[in-house]
Design a protein around this ligand. Structure first.
Ligand code: NOJ
Length: 559
């Protein structure tokens, strides 16, 4: 397996709107991030992934871009950006930017031109179709609810938007669109950024003819069979790699909903003519509703979680590189979803989850606040939510009688993207030190108990534990490159696995339950003395043939 810097890195994701506000307008900004670089350096991370900071009308918080080469006024200026990039590099870290090119904003000049007439030179930058009588061209539903087609009265045609109607899909079949995107990418790379996280990049190629999809919930057809891993997606990414990426020393991670192991080997193959790695979503779908949507409140089953993550570990081994994550700006807080956010178990279970993920093969991603064990927020009413996906889903699913309002509010509390978007909790002063103004979304009221200042001062905090995990990855190659094997796949409470490399062996054991559980380590770890690299509950000086693990205990043993 080839050794590269991005395989050996730990990435930290910043959602700028919610990270740190420097000017009191209630919205995080670039100078806010600048003021926290020392915090990130101290944590030990190597790469920052910055969610979109480009000019945007903010229908989807920056994932609807109206100018790819300008900074959103609320976030600052291009000079602020340049200063931030300079400082990140000066501190020995790297910066990866979000690349959102499946769609633009409907306020992007390309779209303004495109919609102005049927024969405008920009018409073919987007996907326009005639209606089917009075109906849209096909039955596809949008990810954010409603039809994926919007009728445009001006030219009497429909345009495709797989996300909101303010996010029209670009037509990647048009070679000029690809050329424009590649030029824009080069512009950022020439500025010195270190790579891209590519938004829904598995969706850029649509099946010609745009066939109807299977109908779900009696509402709309599922577009994914014809939009995910589409017929030309690899051709497009290979072209992008040839013409842009291969000319720079970059890391790229594709956000690839619907990716299979087989597809991932193509996107992120070890021989590398597309991307460095992809985000797979299988473990994010384990707690979906039986009706097929994400709105639900049943926790995922550990046996399935182990099977899923282990499948990706073993089936990509030597063939493609994994990215490792529990959370991001689209997912609920990890400790609330996979751990236990009660005061009794929050710290322990957050550390346990971190151990379980950071000892696997792949590049670990930490989402802002995860390193503090930040939790979901309990909004009581729909008016407290800000996220377009949550608001649309509430309206659609309760309006159609598929779910009741109390049910949907319960599901939102568990799964809404806003759980990840409440402001970063810096200290116990007003608004958790995030802003001196009125925050754009409420701060989690638990900030006096859960905040960075207090955790930096506490050697046993979740923050300090993450710091230690990151250091271990830097000092033990086996954590980066060792081979992986799952132990006891059917054990319903313990997630244990081994890593092996060049005569070294590592055991990672994690109790996912709130009770004591008995664990039987493999024989080889009992007979050979070794060292405990990290533990979150009990100092484990040796492995015994039978061990009683504390609630949410995790330990890592190296022989
Ligand atoms: C995936 C992004 O992570 C999400 O936040 C966004 O809403 C959609 N893509 C559309 O860009």
């Amino acid at each position: 397996m080839k050794k590269t810097w991005w395989k050996e890195s730990v990435v930290y994701q910043i959602y700028p709107r919610s990270f740190c506000d420097s000017n009191g307008d209630g919205i995080g900004d670039l100078n806010g991030i600048l003021s926290k670089l020392d915090y990130l350096k101290e944590l030990g991370i190597d790469v920052i992934w910055l969610s979109p900071v480009y000019q945007s009308p903010n229908d989807d918080n920056g994932y609807d871009i109206s100018d790819y080469q300008a900074i959103m006024a609320e976030f600052g200026t291009m000079e602020d950006f340049d200063r931030l990039l300079f400082q990140i590099h000066k501190l020995g870290m790297r910066l990866v930017m979000d690349l959102v090119v499946n769609h633009t904003s409907d306020e992007h000049p390309w779209f303004t031109e495109s919609r102005s007439s049927r024969d405008n030179p920009y018409r073919d930058y987007y996907i326009w179709r005639e209606g089917n009588g009075n109906c849209p061209p096909n039955n596809w539903g949008s990810v954010f609810g409603g039809s994926a087609w919007e009728f445009d009265e001006h030219t009497n045609m429909y345009y495709l938007h797989l996300f909101s109607k303010k996010q029209p899909d670009l037509n990647w079949e048009n070679p000029t669109v690809r050329e424009e995107v590649f030029q824009m990418m080069k512009w950022w790379l020439d500025k010195g950024i270190d790579g891209f996280r590519m938004d829904v990049i598995s969706m850029i190629s649509k099946t010609p003819g745009l066939p109807n999809g299977p109908v779900q919930n009696g509402l709309y057809g599922d577009a994914s069979p014809y939009t995910v891993n589409g017929p030309r997606v690899h051709e497009y990414l290979q072209q992008m790699n040839r013409e842009v990426l291969s000319r720079y020393d970059v890391m790229t991670v594709g956000e690839t909903p619907g990716v299979t192991v087989e597809e991932a080997r193509k996107y992120a193959g070890e021989e590398g003519d597309e991307l460095s790695m992809v985000f797979q979503f299988e473990h994010m779908g384990l707690d979906d509703h039986p009706l097929g949507f994400k709105w639900n409140d049943t926790p995922p089953k550990l046996v399935k979680l182990k099977a899923t993550l282990s499948k990706w570990q073993t089936e990509l081994a030597g063939k493609a590189w994994n990215s490792l994550y529990w959370s991001n700006h689209d997912q609920p807080r990890a400790v609330s979803r996979f751990g236990d956010d009660s005061p009794k178990h929050r710290v322990q279970s957050a550390k346990m989850l971190a151990t379980c993920l950071h000892m696997m093969q792949g590049t670990p991603y930490i989402y802002q606040g995860e390193e503090l064990g930040m939790t979901n927020i309990s909004f009581e009413t729909i008016s407290q939510y800000r996220d377009i996906e949550s608001l649309n889903a509430f309206r659609e699913l309760t309006g159609n009688g598929i779910l009741t309002q109390p049910e949907m509010l319960r599901y939102l509390r568990r799964k809404s993207r806003d759980n990840a978007r409440t402001p970063m909790q810096w200290d116990d002063t007003l608004n958790a030190g995030f802003t001196t103004g009125e925050p754009w979304i409420e701060v989690n009221p638990n900030y006096p108990q859960i905040n960075a200042k207090q955790q930096i001062a506490d050697p046993d905090s979740v923050y300090r534990y993450y710091q230690k995990l990151i250091r271990l990855r830097k000092t033990h190659r086996i954590i980066v490159y060792g081979s992986y094997e799952l132990l006891d796949p059917n054990d319903e409470t313990i997630f244990a696995y081994t890593r092996k490399m060049e005569g070294q062996k590592l055991l990672c054991a994690c109790n996912f339950s709130s009770r004591e559980e008995v664990f039987f380590p493999p024989e080889e770890f009992i007979v050979r003395p070794g060292v405990c690299l990290i533990d979150n509950a009990v100092a484990r000086y040796c492995c015994e043939s039978q061990m009683t693990l504390q609630p949410y205990e995790a330990f890592v043993y190296l022989i």
